[in-house]
Design a protein around this ligand. Structure first.
Ligand code: GDP
Ligand code: MG
Length: 441
């Protein structure tokens, strides 16, 4: 895989005190081969290799990093750059509804994405409506209806009066309907073909002209090899998209599409899909993707985010309390808030040895879940928060009533708290999370 190849490119640098031009040449040659084998587009490989070579030859001797680490850092920085640098967020319209149109080949994952986007928008406080404008494939409308139902999102389907058989008329009617029913985001699912064809492009650009989208997302299967560039270019010319969505990142993708599309089209990758479930979806972060490609298990991001999330003072206070064995529910709440601030970490954590066991718990910790936990903790008296051991059965019932939750929710929270404090004590004794891979040279 690309990961393995890049890792082996760095191996020969490990243990070296200084980098010679020959070392750099040999490493860069390996990186070049690794990228080409992963189906990264040739011009992208050329630019990438040139930047890495230039920077590697110019590195100063660093006290903080050894030569291998310096090269890994350069490669990481350049990967982030070709993946787009900053995370690009959705641009919402000043006047609702915001219109997001999906385009791409058949089977790319557009309809699945419509459901995921709908769910994500809803979770972020929007009121989305999905619009079925794939009138080509039999059952396409029904597929979107099913997906919408799973996501708990309204679906606008063609009916007599709003353009049966005419996707442009359906799209147009949907905007009026969204205004009328106060949906603030409209996601337009469109038809795809197995290959690029003129009729498909015409239909997509007609829909675009009719609804004037705020975002046109080009959806591409990450398994698409060298064809990715050509397909992306055809859609850029045919419909002119504002962003890219990579799907099927869970598959055996070689990574080429991800690394080529942004550079070749100049359009940012905005979202990534990594499975068939509604929740297998996230905003695309170039830095996280780069460290994933480098196979450092996103450790860098994890550490950076953890540093950001945990205030240093608070951490010191928590450590003091731990030493005295006084980890309270207030501390627990602060800890949960910090973890949830780190974003969708379940996948990252899954990559860390030893942390996989907490993956599901943390994945379940979305804002809603955190809100419930908070409500329960706030329904306790200050004394109970400091000393949860004093919470007996009758208090649990009162706390449940006070927070509008079930007694079982309170029980679960208290159990989780005791588990966490046990774990914190172990970590305090053992000096950190066991088995965290460093970047030893
Ligand atoms: P469309 O033709 O572009 O609308 O594509 P669909 O949404 O119908 O998806 C085509 C197939 O790919 C379906 O079987 C989906 O379940 C599957 N699919 C979509 N996204 C993903 C993904 O991120 N990972 C995996 N493994 N399968 C996906
Ligand atoms: Mg579809």
């Amino acid at each position: 895989s690309l990961q393995d190849r890049l890792q082996s490119a760095f191996t020969s640098l490990r243990g070296k005190g200084k980098l010679s031009p020959a070392d750099i040449d040999a490493t860069v040659r390996e990186i070049r081969l690794a990228l080409l084998e992963a189906d990264v587009a040739v011009p992208v490989v050329r630019d990438f290799v040139a930047s890495v070579t230039e920077r590697a030859n110019g590195v100063e001797v660093s006290k903080a990093l050894n030569p291998a680490q310096q090269v890994i850092k350069i490669v990481n920085d350049e990967l982030v750059t070709i993946l787009g640098g900053e995370t690009r967020r959705v641009r919402f319209a000043k006047t609702a509804p915001t219109v997001i149109m999906l385009a791409g080949l058949q089977g790319a994952g557009k309809t699945t994405l419509a459901g995921k986007l709908g769910r994500w928008l809803k979770d972020n406080g929007h009121s989305p409506m999905l619009v079925a404008c794939d009138l080509q494939r039999p059952n396409a409308v029904q597929q979107l209806e099913v997906v919408g139902q799973q996501a708990g999102v309204t679906v606008f389907s063609p009916e007599p009066g709003n353009g049966v058989g005419n996707p442009v008329a359906v799209a147009t009617a949907s905007i009026a309907e969204a205004r009328r029913t106060l949906h603030d985001v409209v996601v337009v699912d469109t038809a795809g073909r197995l290959g690029i064809d003129a009729e498909l492009m015409k239909q997509a650009s007609d829909i675009r002209d009719a609804v004037d989208p705020d975002e046109v997302l080009f959806v591409i299967d990450s398994m698409t090899g060298q064809d990715a560039v050509q397909t992306a270019q055809a859609f850029a010319d045919g419909v002119d998209f504002t962003g890219v969505v990579l799907t099927k990142l869970d598959g055996d993708a070689r990574g080429g599409a991800a690394l080529s599309v942004r550079q070749v089209t100049g359009r940012p990758i905005m979202f990534a899909s990594s499975g068939e479930k509604l929740t297998d979806f996230d905003v695309f972060h170039p830095d996280r993707m780069a460290s994933r490609i480098l196979d450092m298990g996103d450790v860098m991001t994890l550490i950076e985010q953890a540093e950001k999330a945990f205030d240093a003072d608070e951490a010191a206070k928590a450590a003091e309390k731990l030493a005295g064995g006084a980890f309270t529910l207030n501390d627990f709440l602060a800890q949960l808030e910090a973890i949830s601030k780190m974003g969708s970490m379940s996948k990252m954590l899954g990559m860390l040895p030893g942390m996989g066991q907490f993956k599901d718990q943390i994945a379940a910790l979305d804002d809603k879940e955190l809100g419930k936990i908070k409500a329960i903790i706030l329904s306790m008296t200050p004394a109970e928060r400091e000393n949860p051991k004093m919470i007996d059965g009758s208090r649990r019932a009162r706390i449940a009533a006070g927070s509008g939750r079930q007694v079982s929710d309170v029980n679960q929270l208290v159990t989780r708290f005791f588990d966490a404090s046990k774990m914190m004590q172990q970590m305090a004794k053992g000096g950190g999370v066991p088995g965290m891979p460093g970047m030893q040279g």
